[in-house]
Design a protein. Structure first.
Length: 302
């Protein structure tokens, strides 16, 4: 069984409500222009967990391929890239505690990813929705799984003759009509029978959250409590950022809010999110840095 040379990997995660039903997507790019797609979902999760899960699935596939040459992994999540390249060693040295002494969120997934990570992987951040077709495809896969509509995935089959190369792969278009497909993961030996309704790929974040909200009351109490716990953890992070006066990038703020980076930059220079006033501080290179301030502290000084 021969696997073509893997040149790069793209990963992405999505969540229909945060927490809520989530999905992840992977596009593995071969040097000859072909590619292999992976995807999956979790009924109750967070956006950040899906980002990590996508990377785990990608590195598991890479490990099984047997390739030892370097591979670049692209992600639009700075939380994922910084976590695995900068923060994880400090977490481990402190017994999986943050600098403030609190438990590291998503420790179970970070531990799995840490075991799979190696010097073979070159982690690279790519801006979300910047026109990169592989990143856009990952996003489409993840969002489709998050709303329970698994898309048709292109899968590499080592037993299928490869008569020609395709230097510019053509991704399955999310605008196709209803398509019933059977997808086989060669390595995991899983077959997914799915029906893709392409219009669901175009559902906006707000529409997905609204449709998910109707079903929250039907969830078990322990699930709702876990959702609240995850929300509080997110708010604690935001509060620490505000208290310490840290400046964060648009991508980092988008990860915190569970929105696309474009949704952050399109709101203007100053706006309110939950308990914080978010204001544009300055630009460094091509990055916009944002400052969070507690609303009660802002109003008390005015």
């Amino acid at each position: 069984m021969t696997i073509p040379h893997i040149q790069s990997i793209y990963t992405d995660g999505a969540c229909s409500g945060n927490p809520g039903p989530g999905g992840w997507g992977v596009v593995i790019c071969f040097a000859d222009g072909e590619f292999h797609e992976l995807g999956g979902r979790d009924r109750q999760t967070t956006n950040n967990r899906m980002e990590i899960q996508a990377a785990i699935a990608a590195l598991e596939w890479l490990t099984k391929s047997g390739q030892t040459q370097p591979v670049t992994l692209y992600t639009d999540s700075e939380y994922l890239k910084n976590g695995i390249t900068k923060w994880i060693q400090g977490w481990k040295n402190k017994g999986w505690k943050t600098s403030t002494g609190s438990a590291v969120i998503n420790q179970d997934l970070w531990e799995l990813l840490d075991k799979l990570n190696s010097k073979q992987i070159q982690w690279h951040h790519v801006r979300a929705h910047s026109g990169d077709p592989h990143n856009e495809r990952c996003d489409a896969i993840a969002r489709a799984f998050s709303v329970g509509k698994p898309p048709s995935l292109q899968q590499f089959n080592p037993q299928t003759p490869r008569e020609s190369t395709n230097p510019k792969p053509s991704f399955p278009s999310p605008s196709l009509n209803t398509n019933v497909s059977q997808v086989t993961d060669t390595f995991a030996n899983k077959t997914i029978e799915s029906k893709l309704i392409a219009s669901n790929l175009l559902i906006s974040d707000s529409a997905m959250i609204d449709s998910n909200a109707d079903s929250l009351d039907n969830l078990p109490r322990e699930v709702r409590v876990e959702q609240l716990h995850n929300l509080i953890e997110t708010l604690h992070i935001a509060d620490e950022v505000a208290t310490k006066g840290y400046l964060i990038t648009s991508s980092e703020l988008a990860d915190l809010m569970d929105v696309n980076a474009s949704a952050v930059t399109s709101r203007g220079d100053k706006w309110v999110w939950r308990n914080w006033v978010v204001s544009r501080a300055r630009r460094e290179g091509n990055q916009i840095l944002w400052l969070l301030e507690r609303i009660d502290q802002v109003t008390s000084t005015n």
